[in-house]
Ligand binder design. Sequence first.
Ligand code: IMP
Ligand code: MG
Length: 183
Amino acid sequence: MNYKIGDILFTRDQISARVIEIAEEIRKDFIKKNVGQELFVVGILKGSAIFVADLVRALGHDIDVRLDFMIISSYGSDTKSSGIVRIIKDLDTYIENKNVIIVEDIIDTGLTMSYLLSILERRSPASIKVCTLLNKEERRKVPVSIDYCGFEIPDKFVIGYGLDYSGRWRHLPDIRIAELVRI
Ligand code: IMP
Ligand code: MG
């Protein structure tokens, strides 16, 4: 199977407008419940690199934001995850008693996020929320409760704005369908 760059699903303008709205939702929830506390943002690399960079810059000056990253790699093919996740880089600091938001590029089967949640919940954070740019609900194999979601998408493989196919096309500013090429 091979893919080529296909049609735009969400333009860079649609994405940036939605990122502002998500940041606003997070701000409202956080300021209401957690005045004076840190908001510990965990970006899951590599896919969320671009999204989390835009998202944290939209959070504003009046929240005490901390940003850390995990690099994970899920075993599987280029387009399907196996649910077995290898931590390549863990968080640099403890999250005990912290208000954590995990930021992902996309939730597909849910296997990666449910595994990540099980790891991070064991570290006793004060709260843990899930923020994903994209959600492919119809592909779900294990339930994941999502607190903040950018867009619901159909069962198509998508690329751009951080999302890759086999390491490629993360740099594209719009989110596009990866089109199957029959060779
Ligand atoms: P899950 O474990 O099946 O939920 O898969 C989550 C991971 O698979 C994401 O973090 C992505 O890295 C990758 N993935 C799933 N669907 C897509 C897609 O349409 N484009 C790019 N990566 C995807
Ligand atoms: Mg990926």
